[in-house]
Design a protein around this ligand. Sequence first.
Ligand SMILES: *Cc1c(COP(=O)(O)O)cnc(C)c1O
Length: 391
Amino acid sequence: MEAIPLVHASLGERELAAVSEVFASGWPAGQGPVGKRLEAQLASLYRVSDAVAVANCGAALHLALLALGVTPGDEVIVADYTFPAPAQAVRYLDAVPVFADVLPGTGTIDPQSVEDLVTERTVGVIAVDTVGLPADYTALQAIADRHGLFLVEDAACAVGATYQGAPAGALAQVGCLSFHGRKGATSGEGGALLAADAKIGADARRRSSFGIGSIFDMGTVVGLPIPTFTEVGFNFKLSDIAAAILTVQLDRIGELLERRNAVAAAYGELLAGQELLTLPQVPPDRTHAWQSYMVTLDPGVDRAAVAARLRARGIGCGHGTWATHLQPVFAARQHCPVSADLFARNLAVPMHAELTAAQVERVAEELISAVHAHAGGAVHALGGATAVGAR
Ligand SMILES: *Cc1c(COP(=O)(O)O)cnc(C)c1O
């Protein structure tokens, strides 16, 4: 029985060739010539004033909040249904994450929930493009403007997605990308901060390098300028090795996205009309980057049993993403019922650019029989094949 993994990064000969050039150059560290080339590529691709290559999206979020002036005790409203990086970043600065519930159809932050949570201590909002689907930026920006708040887009999963024709990552004043191995474009680990305001970009770049400029640049100037450390900074730089991989991945993003779109379209057809499954919705004003393909199981379906059965048959699957407010670290006293419900009922099935049509068909068949097998009494009359599969 062939194993079909949940995720599989599409890295190949072109990426290897780009890495070998970095080896030959003798500068594998960050903020060197290839890192700069990547930043220029990102800035032009996204038409932003500045793009800063960093070690990961968590670092990008941290730098974004620092550059935006978040201080201890400030409240930052974060999307609840997500990998909990935005709330973690708020906590890095001893600020207070306030959890906004999400919309049931898309899993993206609910603008009304944001509006309801604004207080005199609120300084900003971090919206998330949920597993690759952009949030409602027109509504979110209007709320941010009305209350004088910053708006950050966590586009970690959304490289290649669009909202009203604009690229995800450039939908707010600051956008944060991830190039982790589970995202649509990857260097294993990696990230970027995209800034509409060049001052924010410069602030983030300086803090990402212990508070000083590029060490590579220092070696190229005539004379002996000695940089002065005037602030506490971090080492959040992306290595030029990873940057080289990303220059190729961004070049291939159209091709990679096309394959993910084909997988999503095939799932849409193969799983259509299944009463026990709700399929992901993509509103007409945006496109999905399909970092994950999550179905929502009927409340009567035993998700753990479905997942165990799929895994036993070699099919990778997962719970999808998290209801952040339920994570013990945040000790939240809030309720986000929609997010909690999606956290309980969503199931992620294999989604990557290497899946074949036959594999997608097999996943769909196995998923349909698994949900029928574990749907409880009400749907047991659904036929012989299903009953045989039930344990
Ligand atoms: C994956 C992810 C992150 C974290 O990205 P890293 O590059 O691993 O730090 C942040 N936010 C969201 C929404 C994510 O899905």
